[in-house]
Design a protein around this ligand. Structure first.
Ligand code: ADP
Ligand code: MG
Length: 450
């Protein structure tokens, strides 16, 4: 997308999220002037905008912008005056820059410390750390894959930041799009095959490093010529024991458009996948992200649970939900964040959050919340009625509302036999005939589910 389009799309979304007066005051006259590596530069009319946008809107800006672009940008706000000043300075800086500072493109925001671990990403984090400690030695290449928004980019930057901090190795992070663009640019400049300087520059950039990270390799699928070049780059680095780290939205087997020889190479080292986070992990991530907002009001448990049970498959969306709630509270001048406020703030957003694709998990979460027990309790075998009854209700809802197969329900409830499921469902059905309170209770739960 062209940058003007990106910014227009962005502004429209901001407009939907802000009171008109605030939008007019802080956003209407802003403009995106450049997007480089991981930095977005925004032109603002006055100095006061720089401070105010940074202090009050940065999370909203990041969430919406990153949602549109699919990458994580750091923001810089400049006035016309700043740009003028910088132009004058650049004449001095430019000469030194190339020699002294090597650009890693790393985002310092992403570290191992703020990567929250659960069952679904434990292995990925462990191997990432192992690679960070001994680049080029342990697993080469390291191939990380998962659906979008589950932490691949975060882990890659964490590896890079760790290596840069603990050694003097040269690390380069790029998206595969960037690699393709650089290569196309080189191709254009080197049409007659005699632009050795440009070729050398390209090679130095990608081969003269100790660690090369290519994010979202799937975009290489559509660039045949670039695949060959990447093949050469890969071989040279690998032969010299330089670490290569690749991420993708699919496993190498499923990158069907990629040359076979590349796919095979991707399997030489170690492949790790990241699965969607379970409810507990989502809650821990929410806690971690709230720390980052340095709120001066309490973020109640029920609001965290509400977000955790509705945003299930994408951590980026989860973060977006938190930002929205916080932004909404600030905008409305609310001193307390309540469940009602959160529901209002998220009413249009949550539809996009992929409300649990897995109905059974969704039912379990809502039922567990309703009775103040954990999902683990529901999956367990304890027979005290405070747990056994909610367990039967949850199975009943899975069966009668969502029509889930008996064996599948059994499996999700800790590997129980389908006869146990039948028994539970029947028990609730029978009970419902005489117990109107229970009927009301279950109806309430079903309403929450929807
Ligand atoms: P991907 O590259 O897989 O699409 P990202 O690495 O960009 O996903 O992650 C999306 C967002 O979710 C980022 O802001 C990232 O910090 C956050 N995130 C993902 N996994 C975790 C985690 N385990 N702990 C904390 N934040 C996470
Ligand atoms: Mg990513």
């Amino acid at each position: 997308m062209e940058i003007n389009n990106i910014w227009n799309t962005f502004l429209k979304k901001v407009q939907n999220n802000l009171a008109p007066m605030l939008y007019e005051a802080w956003f209407a006259e802003t403009k995106l002037i450049s997007l480089n590596d991981n930095k977005a530069t925004i032109l603002v009319p006055m100095d006061i905008h720089k401070k105010h946008l940074k202090e009050n809107y940065i999370t909203l800006i990041e969430t919406i912008f990153n949602e549109i672009t699919g990458s994580n940008f750091i923001f810089e706000f400049l006035t016309e005056e700043d740009i003028e000043k910088r132009k004058n300075q650049e004449i001095f800086i430019n000469n030194d820059e190339e020699k002294n500072s090597f650009k890693s493109n790393l985002n310092p925001k992403y570290t191992f410390e703020n990567f929250v671990v659960g069952d679904s990403n434990k292995f990925a984090k462990m191997t990432a750390l192992a690679v960070a400690e001994k680049p080029g030695i342990m697993y080469n290449p390291l191939f990380i894959y998962s659906n979008s928004g589950l932490g691949k980019t975060h882990l890659m930057h964490a590896i890079g930041n760790y290596i840069v901090k603990n050694s003097n190795k040269k690390v380069l992070y790029v998206t595969s799009e960037q690699f393709v663009n650089d290569f196309i640019e080189l191709y254009r400049k080197n049409k007659d095959n005699n632009n050795f300087e440009e070729v050398e520059k390209f090679k130095r950039k990608y081969r003269d490093v100790d660690v090369l990270m290519i994010d979202d390799i799937q975009y290489l699928e559509i660039a045949n010529k670039t695949q060959q070049e990447f093949f050469n780059t890969f071989n040279e680095l690998h032969t010299n024991n330089k670490q290569i780290i690749i991420s993708s939205d699919r496993s190498p087997d499923d990158l069907k458009q990629l040359e076979e020889r590349l796919r095979t190479r991707f399997t030489w080292g170690l492949m790790v996948d990241i699965m969607p986070p379970n409810y507990e992990l989502r809650l821990s991530i929410i806690d971690k992200k709230i720390e980052g907002h340095s709120l001066n009001t309490d973020f109640p448990k029920e609001v965290k649970e509400y977000i955790a049970s509705h945003c299930t498959n994408d951590i980026r969306k989860l973060e977006g939900a938190i930002t929205r709630v916080v932004a909404y509270a600030t905008m409305m001048g609310c001193t307390d964040i309540t469940l009602d406020l959160a529901a209002e703030a998220l009413k249009d957003y949550i539809g996009n959050c992929n409300i649990s694709k897995n109905n059974i998990e969704h039912v379990q979460q809502i039922v567990a919340n309703n009775y103040n027990i954990t999902v683990e309790d529901l999956k367990g075998r304890r027979r005290v009625s405070s747990i056994a009854v909610p367990r039967q209700i949850a199975m009943y809802i899975c069966r009668t509302v969502y029509n889930e197969p008996l064996t599948k329900i059994g499996l999700h409830f800790g590997g129980k036999d389908h006869t146990t499921v039948i028994h539970s469902v029947e028990k609730i059905k029978k009970e419902l005939k005489n117990n109107t309170n229970l009927a009301k209770e279950i109806n309430r739960i079903i309403k929450k589910l929807k």
